[in-house]
Design a protein around this ligand. Structure first.
Ligand code: ZN
Length: 153
């Protein structure tokens, strides 16, 4: 396992769309292990593959001690709304409010290629949405209610 360098905002790689994972092999496991280690090293709650320079649809999250790896994730249900501040390891010290669903259900594959379903509320829903946005080249500052403060810096 190795801590990988986090790609920062301004790098166009963060703006690209990631491709689905096709092979659930040792290369994927190494990537996931490195993402996990990099997330913990940086005190993050989630990390998406593009943030370590890999344009593949996988994310790792750790919300309230629940660690999960989501490969080729897809949100299948969402409901309600919730506004809280978010930050991002690729953005730095800026935190801004973002409106997210209050609860959601996501379908994904684990590292062995088995499909599973994860449901959650509040922080879990927020974290999943934030990380899945990364897979489509979207950063939280794009949709933050406080984005004017960020972009006028
Ligand atoms: Zn982020």
């Amino acid at each position: 396992m190795a801590v990988r360098k986090i790609v920062k905002i301004g790098d166009e790689l963060l703006r690209k769309k990631s491709k689905p994972v096709k092979h659930f092999d040792e290369d994927l496991w190494e990537l996931l292990d490195d993402m996990k280690e990099s997330m913990y090293k940086n005190d993050g709650m989630g990390l998406a593959a593009p943030q370590v320079g890999v344009l593949r649809r996988c994310v790792v999250i750790d919300v309230n001690g629940l660690y999960a790896e989501l490969i080729n994730p897809k949100i299948t249900f969402q409901d309600g709304e919730d506004i809280e501040e978010e930050g991002c390891l690729s953005v730095g010290s800026f935190h801004g409010r973002v409106k997210r669903p209050y609860k959601l259900t996501v379908e994904a594959y684990d590292r062995y290629g088995y499909q599973f379903v994860l449901s959650g509320e509040k922080m879990l829903a927020r974290c999943v949405c934030h990380e899945l946005d990364h897979l489509d080249g979207i950063l939280f500052v794009d949709k933050s209610l406080d984005k004017d403060k960020y972009f006028k810096k």
